[in-house]
Write a protein that binds this ligand. Structure first.
Ligand code: GDP
Ligand code: MG
Length: 759
């Protein structure tokens, strides 16, 4: 089977084209560096089946970044039948810089002139035939996003015959030098001698390793800065010979992006604007009183009626089943207008209620034993529906995040943050995987491969879990709900938002400390071009959401399913294997195990001070190590029994909130509990990924780091939240630690070093 490789600048649409060709759903992100590894698929739409390889985005074929090395080695070593050079037509000259290098290889090249929809929208045009004549290889206009021109591109690609000699745009004084170097490489028998020759001329370290290349280079270059000379000549050639193919209408879409950037990446306003955008997103996802419509209505003199005022009874668990119309309406409105995230959650929970109810009836009808019906109703169904119920909010949040990402805004955020945090030892490059961590830590940790520096990479992997992932969202919302219930505060969205922000602040502090102590090093320069803003593609957004849904549901029915059953058994049986039928949960196996570890969490506020029922927090924190959704699943399984103890009749999340209130936990300790879960050892899968991705010898310390930071964060929050004046103690401790670090780094004090030889 023929193989074609997609090569091009970062963000020119390679992955979009790859997905369109192969029907796969690889992650497309509107920022550079999303595709770190190469990816393969099959295109079946042409005369014959061909394999397609998606390479990471590169600006050049010099070996300066891991992406460049991957792409270059792939083309040279694997010898694909042809290269499909994806070129962003809105940025023609800059993209053709890479093209001039690809052309130097002995491999057929076809240019896919992508984003032609944008070019046309701006009223510009590109003379493809003229460009084809000028570069000497086929050129086809396409739009990967709108799936236009793709069949023609592939037909012409497949029609290319396997042979092509490399050509170069470098001429004039350089010609004879290149020719000498080419003959040198031809004699060594390597493929693509012209490519190697030009690279050697640029002083490329890989080429200089060839036997005798060093001497030849010294002789030919004669002390000149050849690399700059070559780059300059490429650009000159491009502007003289290729630029004329563009016909500008005058009004350009790029300037619109520039104008937006004047505001959105503003030195002072950039960050506050980002904070406000995030707040708005959280409000739309979690708020139970959207934009305070009811407050505004009240201020205008006409309060919105509540269901009670409208002549309906308050809807409790039983009435939902008897009056579907009201139950449905109450999903949208309850005296206050809900946010879309809450509406979707209510709707799904309504359906889940019916299912739970139906299963309950079914189990009763079979006349199953009491323990069996409890296992099914409280254990399996209760645990899984508690977790599934959060899917709508997770999806709503990620829809917003995907829009920010795909529109090109997230790339700006990395740029804004780079400017601020560079002095603390963080580069904007490290922020991209961190922001990905809001989705899931695993791809985020893999994405750190774009960081060349081992220390920066380790520091980044360690703090990625602090960017609270989708699986932690149920903890945040449910416990935040419990918090609001305890203190009588109605803005769950604000609490959730603060928890996310607190996670990010912890991450920043942790990185600053690491970069000043064990992970010291220079911050590599951050060069990122900002992609033009564009409307996010609908299909693309839906693909993201679908991926998330699939992943989430799969987890709910595997890991979480098994975990809830185990928890249920442990809480329903005594050590002597007798079933607890009277609700005396305190005599269960789980209770005694929980009470054993409970004291560990005393400094964090959810340990021994909670007394008899307090162990549920300790147990939930431990089950979260398997999958973070387990924290809520655990609460839900436990709540079924607990709530009977507290004589309440609520279902689902409400039940969990009652359980929380019943333990007598303080508001400060609840926040400490959330932040402990956000910053502690992540789930099993993420730990395995960290182990695989971390540089040698860093894994064990990373686990220690997670334990220490979560313990510290929880303790600080609990003590300061309970006794405000303890903040001074922590401040003094922080100042002392900071001063010691600064003095040490200046060499003013030395810590005794352990002499390994024992001398
Ligand atoms: P890669 O970094 O080269 O793999 O680029 P991606 O495939 O991730 O795409 C980068 C961005 O460009 C995404 O936001 C895409 O939606 C967008 N994009 C890709 N192809 C087109 C196109 O033909 N037209 C437009 N308007 N946008 C595109
Ligand atoms: Mg890509």
């Amino acid at each position: 089977m023929k193989t074609f490789a997609l090569a091009g600048n970062p963000n020119c649409g390679k992955t979009t084209l790859f997905n369109a060709l192969t029907g796969s759903t690889a992650h497309v992100g509107n920022w550079p560096g999303v595709t770190v590894d190469k990816r393969e698929g099959i295109y079946r739409g042409g005369r014959e089946k061909v394999a397609i390889v998606d390479l990471p985005g590169i600006y050049s074929l010099s070996p300066y970044t891991p992406e460049e090395v991957i792409s270059r080695n792939y083309i040279l070593d694997e010898k694909p039948c042809g290269i499909i050079n994806v070129v962003d037509a809105t940025n023609l000259e800059r993209n053709l810089y890479l093209t001039t290098q690809l052309l130097e290889m002995d491999v057929p090249v076809i240019i896919a002139l992508n984003m032609m929809d944008e070019v046309e929208k701006a009223g510009d045009a590109i003379d493809t035939a003229a460009l084809e004549r000028a570069v000497g290889v086929p050129v086809v206009s396409i739009s990967a996003l709108r799936k236009r021109g793709i069949a023609e591109l592939m037909d012409r690609a497949i029609a290319m015959n396997g042979e092509r000699r490399g050509t170069t745009v470098l001429e004039g004084g350089l010609s004879s030098k290149i020719e000498r170097a080419r003959q040198f490489f031809e004699a060594t028998g390597v493929t693509s001698p012209l490519f190697h020759a030009v690279k050697m001329l640029e002083g490329d370290e890989i080429e200089l390793k060839h036997e005798g290349a060093g001497e030849l280079f010294t002789e030919i270059s004669a002390g000149q800065d050849m690399e700059a000379l070559v780059a300059d000549m490429r650009y000159r050639y491009i502007s003289e010979h290729f630029s004329s193919v563009k016909k500008r209408s005058g009004k350009s879409s790029l300037t619109k992006s520039d104008r937006a950037d004047k505001v959105l990446t503003h030195k002072i306003w950039g960050l506050p604007i980002f904070a406000v955008i995030l707040l708005a997103i959280f409000h739309l996802t979690f708020s139970e009183d959207l934009f305070y419509i009811s407050a505004i209505a009240e201020a205008c003199g006409s309060p919105l009626p509540s269901w009670g005022d409208m002549g309906y009874q308050f809807i409790d668990g039983t009435e939902i089943y008897s009056n579907f119309g009201i139950a449905l309406a109450a999903c949208f409105y309850d005296g206050a207008v809900f946010s879309p995230g809450v509406i979707f959650t209510n709707l799904l929970n309504l359906v889940l209620n019916y299912i739970t109810y139906g299963i309950g009836l079914g189990v009763d009808a079979t006349g199953a034993a009491q323990w069996a019906s409890a296992l099914i109703n409280d254990g399996i169904v209760g645990g899984i529906t508690a977790v599934l119920g959060f899917l709508p909010q997770i999806l709503t949040l990620f829809l917003f995040f995907s829009i920010l990402e795909d529109s090109g805004y997230m790339a700006r955020v990395a740029f804004i943050l780079d400017r601020i945090f560079r002095r603390f030892g963080l580069s904007g490059r490290a922020f991209m995987p961190m922001i990905m961590g809001f989705g899931c830590s695993i791809p985020a940790m893999i994405n750190t491969r774009t960081l060349a520096d081992d220390d920066e990479r380790t520091a980044t992997i360690r703090v990625i879990p602090f960017f609270s992932c989708g699986a932690k969202l149920p903890i945040l919302t449910a416990i935040a709900g419990g918090f609001c219930n305890l203190v009588g505060f109605s803005n769950v969205d604000l609490i959730t938002y603060s928890m996310y922000v607190l996670g990010v602040i912890t991450a920043i502090i942790a990185v600053i400390v690491m970069r000043a102590t064990t992970m010291r090093g220079e911050v590599p320069p951050f060069i990122m071009e900002l992609p033009a803003y564009h409307m996010p593609g609908f299909v693309n957004l839906m693909l993201h959401l679908w991926d998330k849904t699939k992943h989430f549901i799969k987890k709910a029915f595997t890991i979480i399913f098994v975990s809830t059953i185990v928890i249920w058994f442990l809480q329903s049986f005594r050590w002597n294997w007798t079933y607890i039928s009277d609700g005396d949960i305190q005599s269960s196996i789980l209770a005694s195990l929980g009470q054993l570890i409970q004291p560990l969490f005393t400094p964090l506020g959810f340990g021994s001070q909670l007394g008899s029922f307090g162990w549920v927090f300790a147990v939930a924190a431990i089950t979260g190590l398997i999958a973070k959704e387990n924290v809520i699943a655990t609460f839900s399984v436990l709540a079924a029994l607990f709530v009977a103890n507290f004589e309440a009749t609520e279902e689902g999340v409400e039940e969990v909130i009652i359980l929380i209130a019943g333990t007598g936990i303080s508001p400060a300790a609840l926040i400490a509990f959330i932040m402990f879960n956000v910053t502690t050892i992540p789930c099993f899968a993420a730990v395995a990924t960290a182990r695989a991705e971390l540089p040698k010898g860093r894994f064990v310390w990373t686990i220690v780091f997670w334990l220490v930071s979560s313990y510290l964060v929880g303790t600080v929050i609990y003590t300061v939240g309970s006794w405000w004046w303890t903040i001074f103690i922590w401040l003094v401790a922080a100042i002392v630690a900071g001063t010691l670090i600064v003095l040490r780094n200046k060499g003013k004090i030395k810590f005794p070093k352990i002499n390994k030889r024992g001398a």
